[in-house]
Design a protein around this ligand. Structure first.
Ligand code: NAD
Length: 454
């Protein structure tokens, strides 16, 4: 079904047009300018789709991608240079280097929660690396999808970058084609489908998935700061953030006090009538509204718990006395419900978390260096923060991605360029002489090779 489109992109890629620095910079500039020009419409689309507050829309989607594209433009020349590396002694008089070449034809599939950023950010990386692209935005965020189509069709030809729309049927059809790379952001469940489809064509994949990201607050933590940073990270985008703190483990000694501060912070941030506050968004659709509402066990509500189906509103909600037997702990919450569990011994938490799937993010709030170190040394996860939440995603200097079930591969900044490039390894050897110690007959040469390679 999408054979012709992909064929056109394959032909275009084979023309070598997309490879030069000049071409790539020009396209990144077009993209940057188009986002600038359409800024208001993008923010409005995000409001229509998710009732995303303007500030959040700008900080996490529009401004975020503008910033990122500028960073690509500033660094692209440097990244595209052949990377000189050492050559081992036994490869006498040779030079070695790595050339980054485009992968070719790339498919980018996006989710609904940051529907603009999670299409445009990987796209910028794919352009910087010299690829063609087919983009498949989420079918849930139709307004954002429209503005993405408008931007892309205005500045790019379909043989270079094209948007394809639709739900899982469309994605399944796309996945039958042979791309050179598939970059998927979405759920673990669909990630498996994508990986299976890609395996049929031996297509490499980047899977940016989700999961339950723990937040640990020990008894040395600065509680007010911890509460502000957790409440912000949890309830931004109505909890629909892949790296949002999924649940909190707080030290038993400070639990009561911390719960009070959490509650106070929510009121400070969003006021008493949160439903009327434009700084707070909505669930994406009725399915997710129902799914998350059902995770609220009214007997365990410490704060919040109000819902309104008509407007897809779920109040920021804190649950206490939660255990791993509760439904809320059996799936990624991906909504504004924050379960609080407690601990007395950090080593026990570490042991328990070791048995869970590796999360996308993990946060520790602590002034205790030993505890910070233990978490870093003993637990494996995609990334995270010490004394903050979410912020690591906003740095182009560190790779962003999951570990184990929360994803495969990474991107952002130079890592995006690398993800969408093939590292071609070159060894260039002198022809001035050609010693024969590696060639047959091997007689007696074993002694020499053993001296060199030991
Ligand atoms: P999703 O997996 O339901 O959908 C993602 C994309 O896959 C959409 O474009 C959709 O059309 C397509 N899709 C859905 N079902 C499909 C199927 N059966 N076959 C082929 N394609 C299919 O994800 P979502 O609900 O849009 O997003 C939420 C999930 O994404 C959460 O799990 C969240 O943690 C994760 N996420 C991860 C990151 C990250 O960077 N790691 C970022 C955002 C969201």
């Amino acid at each position: 079904m999408y054979k012709d489109l992909l064929l056109a992109q394959q032909m275009y890629f084979l023309s070598d047009e997309t490879k030069s620095y000049k071409f790539r910079i020009k396209q990144l500039t077009y993209l940057y300018q188009a986002i600038k020009i359409n800024e208001e419409d993008i923010l409005q689309a995000l409001q229509l789709d998710l009732r995303k507050p303007l500030f959040e829309g700008y900080a996490t989607e529009v401004g975020y991608t503008l910033d990122s594209i500028q960073y690509f433009m500033k660094n692209l020349k440097k990244w595209m240079k052949d990377q000189k590396v050492k050559t081992p002694f036994h490869q006498h008089i040779s030079k070695s280097y790595i050339r980054h070449e485009p992968l070719g034809n790339v498919l980018i599939i996006g989710p609904y929660n940051y529907p603009f950023q999670l299409i445009i950010e990987p796209l910028a990386g794919a352009i910087a690396a010299g690829n063609t692209c087919i983009l498949k935005p989420s079918e849930y965020t139709t307004n954002t999808e429209k503005i993405i189509i408008k931007i892309i069709e205005e500045i790019f030809e379909r043989q270079y970058i094209a948007v394809v729309t639709g739900g899982k049927e469309v994605t399944s059809e796309l996945l039958k084609e042979t791309f050179n790379h598939i970059f998927f952001t979405g759920s673990e469940k669909v990630g498996k489908i994508v990986m299976m489809a890609a395996a049929k064509n031996l297509t490499p994949v980047t899977l940016e998935l989700g999961g339950k990201s723990p937040t640990i607050v020990d008894n040395s933590a600065k509680l007010k700061i911890a509460a502000r940073r957790i409440v912000w990270g949890k309830f931004i985008n109505t909890g629909q953030t892949c790296i949002a703190p999924d649940y909190i483990y707080v030290h038993e000694k400070i639990k009561k006090r911390f719960l009070k501060i959490l509650k106070k912070t929510i009121v400070e941030f969003y006021g008493d009538n949160i439903q009327q506050n434009t700084d707070y968004g909505r669930m994406i659709n009725i399915r997710h509204f129902k799914r998350v509402s059902e995770l609220i066990d009214q007997k365990k509500v410490y704060f919040g718990g109000d819902i309104d189906e008509e407007s897809l509103y779920i109040q920021p909600t804190i649950l206490e006395n939660v255990t791993w037997d509760d439904d809320v702990m059996k799936q990624e919450i991906f909504g504004p419900v924050l379960p609080v569990l407690s601990f007395t011994d950090i080593d026990e938490i570490i042991l328990l978390l070791k048995k869970q799937p590796k999360p996308l993010a993990l946060y520790i709030f602590s002034q205790n260096k030993e505890n910070q170190g233990k978490i870093l040394d003993k637990l494996s996860y995609g990334g995270g923060c010490i004394n903050d939440t979410i912020s690591h995603v906003a740095s182009p200097y560190i790779p962003f991605g999951g570990a184990g079930n929360s994803g495969t591969g990474f991107y952002h900044g130079r890592y995006s360029f690398e993800t969408f490039s093939n590292k071609k390894s070159i060894l260039k050897k002198t022809t001035l002489f050609d010693p024969n110690f590696t060639y047959p007959p091997y007689k007696d040469k074993i002694k020499l090779i053993k001296k060199i390679m030991k």
